[in-house]
Design a protein around this ligand. Structure first.
Ligand code: ZN
Length: 87
């Protein structure tokens, strides 16, 4: 079992992909409908990449992997992603 981290641990990789502060973006879980800021989600980092899970129901919200200069982003567990336009 990988150590559990919070969403801020995934911020570095997300920051390379998205041009805004993803720790403040809000994700709605497709499994249970809970909405949390990315920074508050449960993050597991391991050799294959990063997995972001819903803290309420454990649904996988985001899977990220990076290989050979290419990012792979699986966001099927995110029903809605809300991104603030204020800094
Ligand atoms: Zn959930």
């Amino acid at each position: 079992m990988e150590p559990k981290l919070d969403g801020n641990a995934a911020a570095g990789t997300l920051q390379e992909i998205f041009p805004f502060d993803m720790t403040l973006a809000q994700a709605t879980c497709a499994g249970c409908g809970a909405t949390d800021v990315i920074g508050a989600l449960a993050v597991y980092m391991h050799g294959m990449g990063t997995v972001v899970r819903c803290p309420s129901c454990d649904t996988v919200l985001i899977r990220m992997a990076q290989t050979k200069g290419r990012y792979f982003l699986d966001m099927r567990g995110v029903l809605v992603l809300q991104i603030g336009t204020e800094a």
